[in-house]
Write a protein that binds this ligand. Structure first.
Ligand code: NAD
Ligand code: UGA
Length: 457
């Protein structure tokens, strides 16, 4: 089947970015990305894109208006679509059965009901959102209640991109996974999707499975990645009291080829829109299937993360002589990781909330995420400044609390910063990002993660 037009429902981080890369690689395919949020669409059509990703601006400049279109959701876009991606949000459900754990699938179902009356027979549906296992089947059931014999193969094609490196991950993915129904129509649909990826992804990296394995592979991948972070973080408190260094341990174990070196950076905890929600969802699915041990096991990965964020924050308070009330603290970084303006589930938010409860005066700085930080902390009582200049944020502060490891923070003149701070000046490095010995020499009281503090002799 020749794919000439693709529609994507949802112009978020994943939909907006993924479709831009496909448009770039396939100039002969018309890509239309729809969203119910008119502000999002207006941003995609402006110079101020809603997503900050290195390399994205250049792709948009090449493709937008050529074969890439961002439009308010309208049914006229659907009838000539050969393929429809679902890339809507699947947040943790906040109400009713499964609240706080299960995925809220209302946006998926709304998307299916929105396209159904307009879809042409044989159009291929591609589930790109991260969803509980068996969601594609539910979508398929909704779409096949059409009473007119139209048939739509439903594929699962989960997205593995990480924010900050999204373009790189999309252009050079470790693998593309396509799950299809085990019948001829399903396999033909999978081949049509693989044909698109084959334009730039090597054949051996495009893999096929059944739909349920594809859906569950995505949750498993995120659970494993987050589990590694929680596992290394679970060593940090012990390191701090035994003079061991967690960085040295990561290096030593990472050289074991069975373990591998990635995702072993200890820190204040993982954030982002997906790890917490996907693991809670996985745990909920286990629970629903009558598997309480498995549910508890996966939930403990999130439990360890919450503990680590709290432990870090308590340490800031303890080391400030048990009171931060009225003290200025400079928070370096609010994005959940460097390279993005995304602050969803950022550990910075939890740390700041707790410090504000203690009535600290916060000066938050971040090179990309200040606007989102301001939105996240809106309406809170307490003294918060949002300061783009880290030198100004640190001036007069008792401590720097580093939460996001932006490159820019390695290039600062900490001697100059130290001179403007209250004394004793402390540095809480939530990412082991700045050389502790350099900071110590300057005169800081240095508190890394998973290493002994460096205090004046
Ligand atoms: P997002 O919130 O940034 O974007 C989702 C978009 O869908 C929103 O703009 C929303 O307005 C739109 N939407 C919701 N219902 C709609 C409807 N009925 N019609 C049209 N538009 C609708 O979310 P995201 O970060 O892009 O994530 C999307 C999915 O991809 C999630 O399931 C997520 O778990 C998964 N995922 C995300 C990432 C990531 O790095 N953000 C990576 C891999 C997978
Ligand atoms: C993660 C996965 O890496 C992607 O494969 C997946 O597609 C995506 O979730 C998703 O499903 O949304 P992302 O959340 O964008 O991507 O970013 P990561 O690089 O995984 O970082 C997540 C968090 O873990 C960040 O807060 C980061 O600082 C933290 N982290 C990461 C550590 O604390 N230590 C590490 O060693 C690595």
């Amino acid at each position: 089947m020749k794919i000439r037009k693709i529609v994507c429902i949802g112009a978020g981080y994943v939909g907006g970015t993924t479709m831009a890369v496909i448009a770039d690689k396939c100039p002969d395919i018309k890509m239309v990305v729809l969203d119910i949020n008119p502000r999002r669409i207006a941003e995609w059509n402006s110079d101020a894109l809603p997503v900050f990703e290195p390399g994205l601006k250049e792709i948009i400049a090449r493709c937008r208006g050529r074969n890439l279109f961002y439009e308010d959701a309208h049914p006229e876009a659907i009838p000539d679509a050969d393929m429809v991606f679902f890339s809507v949000n699947t947040p943790t459900k906040e109400f009713g059965e499964g609240a706080g754990m299960a995925s809220d699938l209302q946006y998926n179902e709304q998307s299916a009901r929105f396209i159904l009356p307009h879809l042409k027979d044989g159009a291929i549906i591609v589930e790109k959102s991260t969803v509980p296992v068996q969601t594609a089947e539910a979508i398929s059931r909704i779409l096949h209640h059409n009473n007119d014999g139209r048939h739509f193969p439903v594929l699962s094609n989960p997205e593995f991109l990480a924010e900050g490196t999204a373009i790189q991950d999309l252009e050079d993915p470790d693998r593309v996974l396509i799950g299809c129904e085990e019948n001829e129509a399903g396999r033909a649909a999978a081949r049509a999707l693989a044909e698109i990826y084959r334009r730039w992804v090597p054949e051996e990296r495009i893999i096929f499975s059944n739909v349920w394995s594809a859906e569950l592979s995505k949750l498993t991948a995120n659970a494993f990645l987050a589990q590694r972070i929680s596992s290394i973080n679970a060593m940090t408190a012990l390191c701090e009291v035994t003079n061991a260094s967690v960085t040295e341990i990561s290096q030593a174990i990472g050289m074991d080829s069975r373990i591998g070196s990635k995702f072993l950076e200890a820190g204040v905890g993982f954030g982002g829109s997906c790890f917490r929600k996907d693991i809670l969802n996985l745990s909920y699915i286990c629970q629903q299937q009558g598997l309480p041990e498995e549910a508890a096991y996966w939930k403990s990965v999130v439990g360890m993360n919450d503990y680590q964020i709290n432990r870090f924050t308590r340490n800031v308070i303890d080391r400030q002589f048990n009171t931060v009330t009225g003290k200025k603290l400079a928070v370096f970084g609010f994005a959940f990781k460097p390279g993005t303006n995304d602050t969803r589930d950022s550990p910075a938010r939890y740390v700041c909330l707790k410090l504000l409860e203690e009535r600290a005066h916060l000066a938050i700085t971040d090179p990309e995420a200040l606007e989102n930080a301001q939105r996240d902390l809106q309406g809170l009582t307490g003294k918060v400044e949002f300061e783009p200049d880290p030198y100004k944020a640190a001036a007069g502060a008792h401590a720097i609390v580093l939460i996001t490891h932006w490159d820019a923070y390695r290039k600062l003149d900490y001697r100059r910063i130290f001179a403007t701070m209250e004394k004793p000046a402390s540095f809480f490095d939530g990412r082991n990002w700045i050389d502790p010995h350099t900071l110590h020499e300057i005169g800081f009281h240095v508190y890394p993660i998973g290493k002994s503090p460096l205090l004046p002799d």
